[in-house]
Design a protein around this ligand. Sequence first.
Ligand SMILES: CCN(CC)CCN(C[C@]12C[C@](c3ccc(C(F)(F)F)cc3)(C1)C2)C(=O)Cn1c(SCc2ccc(F)cc2)nc(=O)c2c1C=CC2
Length: 402
Amino acid sequence: NSSGHNNTLSIPPGKGPHKVGCTDLMVGHTAQGTFLRLYYPCQASENPHLPDWVPCREYFNGLADFMKMNRTLSERIFNYLFGSCKIPAAWNASFKPDGKYPVVIFSHGLGAFRTLYSAICVELASQGFIVAAVEHRDESASATFYFKENTEPGTKKHPSCDIAKPVSDNLEEVWMYYRPLKPGENEFPLRNKQVKQRADECIRALDLLFDINSGKSVENVLQCDFDLSTMENSMDLCRIAIMGHSFGGATVIESLCKDVKFKCGVALDTWMFPLDEEIFPGVKQPIFFINSEKFQWIGNIIRMKKLDSAIFPRKMITIKGTVHQSFPDFTFLTGNWIGRLMKLKGEIDPHIALDLSNKATLAFLQRHLNMDRDFNQWDPLIDGKDDNLIPGTNIVIPQSSI
Ligand SMILES: CCN(CC)CCN(C[C@]12C[C@](c3ccc(C(F)(F)F)cc3)(C1)C2)C(=O)Cn1c(SCc2ccc(F)cc2)nc(=O)c2c1C=CC2
């Protein structure tokens, strides 16, 4: 369960037929390498070891800086609130070969990192997807790490946490933190450069999955005892989707434009600002915008509508009573009053909100990856047909601005 003092708060397990395993993969030890958390259908095991939701304290430090909170105070708060929170997935559990699984690449939001959307990733993996949640090195993550070769032997400092233990001992971990906007700095050039790097990192993550699927030997820089060769020939590489939250939603659009191997995209509460609208005509794949009720604004919705098309399927729904943080895991990890105070929860029960988002996502993926599962039972959700959904958006666009 999550932190000791409130035992009822934890990240919901997957509802699908598969047990879920999880492991970390870093290929290439530098900041230019690929770093991702892999969620996959796994064999059942008696006493699964559930990984920590936040693997190293540096992530809490980064989060405190991102939120401009005092580090010592916030580190104590985060440790107390979230320190013992576990992810509902079995760490390094044996992969369960069962035909070819479709693939989803997941891109995190500004100030987040790869572990914070486990409720979504675990649900997809439990429904028979292989999910790769990338960790971006564009300085938009609260924190991330990579390695450098330390030339002076003997000066090695011990790894900050067991996850950051590299395979070879001449590698020393280096932490990269969130880069805030400088006073007076023009935000668009930075965010547009970052969204392009983020798309490249998603494409490289996909290329890595192709290598793993082809049985190519892949060297994990991290000491994770998970045998990647068990995943050979287990991915359906014609059924690949990209998904992301907020800045990760912009990464979905940029990635769809850059690589047609992504057959469709699911963009959660997308932040459209980082995108150059000139790429919009180049996006030809289906897109599903799933929005919160409180985060969106006129300018952002107008940019989403510029992607509307008579040819390519573009769908949008809004989940009533949700806020921007209704998609990351935080929404499950605090009581109602503190959650609402910190805008981590909306009025709607977080389980209901995320359940609607996940079911609508599964229906959309079945339709546009032409899968033969029973996710089409949730097709009405794609059109916003539910008491807690609004078709399209709740934001009123003044006639003049269209
Ligand atoms: C003052 C800082 N200022 C920075 C520009 C705005 C900070 N901010 C609002 C926040 C994130 C918030 C948050 C987190 C986590 C706790 C906690 F207490 F639970 F830990 C509390 C409170 C603080 C809600 C956002 O950035 C919103 N946002 C996000 S939030 C993604 C995220 C980040 C950290 C997480 F742990 C989980 C999820 N992703 C985006 O891509 C975009 C935006 C805005 C535009 C594009």
